[in-house]
Design a binder for this molecule. Structure first.
Ligand code: SF4
Ligand code: SF4
Length: 388
């Protein structure tokens, strides 16, 4: 695929969309949207996290939101309206619109389909429709067929991830969340409405999830899941205490800890062997396995992974076949895009299949350099090296 005009024009499209939405907002809304963290956040590897809600009453034992300063009392709708969210995103220097642009991820600090916030989440989907970005949400909620239909009617690619990490111990560690059987119904309803729901096997809890891979995959596949996103567990002192209190044997978790001293800081535990095992079993059940959420979003949107997972040893060779979707580019294309961002020319550009090297004499701050690299990586889907 050559570099299409549409891809080259993403930077201009962003400016035009921002001006257009700005005309529809009053001064107060503009100020509020610009000051909001959605206008500043750096995307995570899975994409830019969107909060349609704050807080979550599910109080899962392994949840880290409390350690991030959020609470387990209730899910409160986020304070921005749809248009304000769009203006906020278009003000974020990392964000680029369109299907080729920034991946958006709903559900990192709350459940976007908790009954208190469904309408806010749907309002956000509707508002970002014209931006066109690939969206993904993770949930443990029951989504009715009616709401599944509303999601499927949105004119953007939406990738649903339904969390199930245990069938047998859910009542212990996810006591307040909807039952796993309700979540399987969610998968059914989404599948019936032509979406591609995926099982979210995150976090794998050693000693629990790995004993149930087979059954979880069997049930998810039977309900209509297309794939599975497999992910690790992050723990803090508080999380380990909560798991212990729920009656969970924490020994298999502690054995895999790199650092023995736990604090309120989140640390990953080693699970690479369990991931490999889960990938193999998932394949046997006819589920497409993904090592990371961004890949599932890429597969659903039919675009190369924004995190370049195929260049980072994260690729599970899914049917999306990212290398086949990489645009063929010339130095002139890169120069044009560089100029549209920096308003000046680069001194030297070397283009290869997986990397772009740029030499420039402009003096910019570390943060500006980070933003430039992120934008170029998104548009060109290659590693970016910049020498000053
Ligand atoms: S549903 Fe998600 S956000 Fe809510 S408590 Fe459980 S892990 Fe945390
Ligand atoms: S081809 Fe590989 S890198 Fe691309 S989406 Fe699939 S798993 Fe991810």
């Amino acid at each position: 695929m050559g570099l299409t005009l549409k891809i080259k024009e993403i930077v201009f499209k962003k400016i035009m969309l921002r001006e257009h939405i700005k005309e529809k907002l009053d001064v107060q809304s503009i100020r509020k949207a610009k000051a909001d963290p959605h206008a500043k956040r750096r995307p995570r590897p899975c994409g830019l996290t969107i909060h349609s809600a704050i807080g979550c009453p599910n109080k899962c034992s392994y949840c880290y939101i409390q350690d991030m300063g959020f609470d387990f009392t209730e899910a409160k709708p986020y304070g921005l309206n749809g248009r304000e969210l769009v203006y906020s995103l278009l003000s974020n220097p990392y964000f680029l619109p369109s299907r080729w642009g920034t991946f958006l991820a709903f559900g990192s600090i709350s459940d976007p389909f908790n009954r208190n916030v469904i309408s806010k989440t749907l309002e956000y989907f509707k508002a970002i429709e014209h931006l066109g970005n690939p969206c993904q949400f993770s949930t443990k909620a029951y989504i009715s067929s009616e709401n599944a239909k509303k999601i499927s009617k949105m004119k953007i690619p939406i990738n649903p991830l339904i969390t199930i990490v245990t069938l047998k111990k859910a009542a212990q560690i996810e006591a307040k969340a909807p039952t796993v059987w309700k979540r399987l119904e969610t998968i059914k309803n989404l599948s019936k409405n032509k979406l591609k729901p995926m099982l979210f096997l995150r976090p794998i809890i050693p000693g629990i999830t790995d004993n149930e891979f087979d059954e979880i995959f069997k049930e998810a596949k039977r309900a209509g899941a297309v794939g599975v996103v497999i992910g690790g567990l992050r723990v803090t002192k508080r999380i380990i205490e909560r798991l212990k209190k729920s009656g969970i044997n924490i020994k298999p978790i502690l054995q895999r800890l790199k650092k023995k001293q736990l604090t309120e800081k989140q640390v990953y535990i080693k699970i690479s062997d369990l991931k490999v095992e889960a990938i193999e079993i998932a394949k046997k059940h006819g589920l497409i396995p993904f090592n990371s959420a961004c890949c599932a979003n890429a597969y659903n949107a039919n675009v190369p992974c924004i995190n370049l997972c195929w260049l980072k040893g994260q690729c599970t060779n899914c049917p999306n076949n990212c290398p086949s979707k990489i645009p063929q580019i010339e130095k002139e294309d890169v120069q044009e895009i560089f100029r549209s961002i920096m308003k000046t020319k680069a001194d030297e550009i070397i283009v290869s299949e997986s990397k772009i090297q740029i030499k420039m004499k402009i003096n910019i701050k570390k943060k500006e350099l980070e933003i430039l690299k992120y934008n170029l990586q998104t548009i060109l889907r290659r590693k970016i090296e910049i020498q000053k």
